[in-house]
Ligand binder design. Structure first.
Ligand SMILES: NC(=O)c1ccc[n+]([C@@H]2O[C@H](COP(=O)([O-])OP(=O)(O)OC[C@H]3O[C@@H](n4cnc5c(N)ncnc54)[C@H](OP(=O)(O)O)[C@@H]3O)[C@@H](O)[C@H]2O)c1
Length: 275
């Protein structure tokens, strides 16, 4: 049976998930803050609603007819995390409490909430220790959403690694660094997940009505320096050099475990990061 699914924040991830769910026979309502995106989103969603995440009335009217909500907002570069994440979550929770039809909320959070763990493996039992103001807002947003968990409503939080995929290839993300010198040694772990695997994981946690926290990452974390070397070599770019005399302050350093999601039945299409 097709579900009614509302997607709040239909950007890179939200749009790909909308397309997949629509193909699976679900009825999608997508939100955007920009009226000029309506036409584009009508290709992946039966309904498009223009709203800001902190608009309680507009959110209530959109949410009440949904069985499932996917929250996948992110600010534009340099945008306000507090407004985008926390205000949206704080507006959404009371709306959910007034919307008995909704059975599950899925939220795409970030593994940055874990903070610095000196490159150790972390899983969902590891305490969060956000190391900068934005990561703290993400951690608070999780807490607000988890407070809505009840017998009737499941809250599922996916902590995503760095996102890459079509139109967001590593080459596109890092090409500006080719031939340049970066601060630090580059000897820190990077964790990645491909867009297609994100879509699959979201479809899975929805099908299984998962609740709680799950990391979402591929199998093979790589030291940044090694990844950059391989990327430059593969694409014939000038190599990147590192300057250890310039310290790099990292508020996030860890290897992210995906074992919990795998135990729930998740299979990666891209276990290793594509160059
Ligand atoms: N990028 C990464 O590597 C990374 C890593 C870990 C986790 N994540 C998380 O993954 C999720 C998906 O990221 P993404 O790459 O798909 O982001 P994205 O492409 O930037 O899309 C996010 C969407 O959020 C919407 N939005 C922004 N502010 C809003 C507000 N105040 N109210 C309602 N909607 C708002 C925007 O919609 P309109 O522009 O249509 O208005 C935008 O399209 C995010 O939650 C992000 O935090 C990302």
């Amino acid at each position: 049976m097709g579900l009614n699914i509302g997607i709040i924040g239909c950007g890179y991830v939200g749009t790909a998930v909308a397309r997949r769910w629509r193909e699976d026979g679900h009825s999608i309502t997508a939100t955007t803050t920009r009226g000029d995106r309506r036409e584009e989103l009508e290709e992946v969603a039966q309904q498009v609603v223009v709203l800001q995440g902190n608009d309680s009335e507009a959110l209530a009217s959109m949410v009440q007819n949904q069985d499932v909500i996917l929250l996948s907002v992110a600010p534009p570069r340099g945008g306000d995390y507090q407004e985008t994440y926390l205000e949206t979550a704080k507006t959404l929770v009371p709306v959910l409490q007034q919307s008995p039809r909704v059975q599950q909320v899925i939220y795409t959070s970030s593994s940055s909430v874990y903070g610095d763990h000196q490159g150790e493996w972390v899983d969902e039992t590891t305490l969060v220790s956000p190391g900068n103001p934005n990561a703290r807002v993400l951690a608070q947003t999780e807490e607000v959403l988890l407070s809505a968990q009840s017998d009737r409503l499941d809250v599922c939080i996916l902590r995503l690694a760095g996102i890459y995929g079509p139109e967001r290839e590593l080459l596109k993300i890092f090409t500006r660094f080719a031939g340049k010198t970066r601060p630090g040694t580059g000897e820190y772990w990077s964790n990645w997940v491909h867009l297609e695997d994100i879509v699959e994981a979201i479809a899975l946690v929805c099908r299984q009505r998962c609740a709680g926290i799950y990391n979402l990452v591929n199998d093979v974390p790589q030291p940044m320096r090694q990844l950059m070397d391989r990327l430059c070599e593969f694409h014939n770019l000038a190599p990147i050099s590192w300057d250890p005399s310039v310290p790099l302050e990292r508020s996030y350093h860890l290897r992210l475990s995906n074992q919990k999601l795998k135990r729930a039945g998740f299979e990666l299409r891209y276990p290793e990061t594509l160059l």
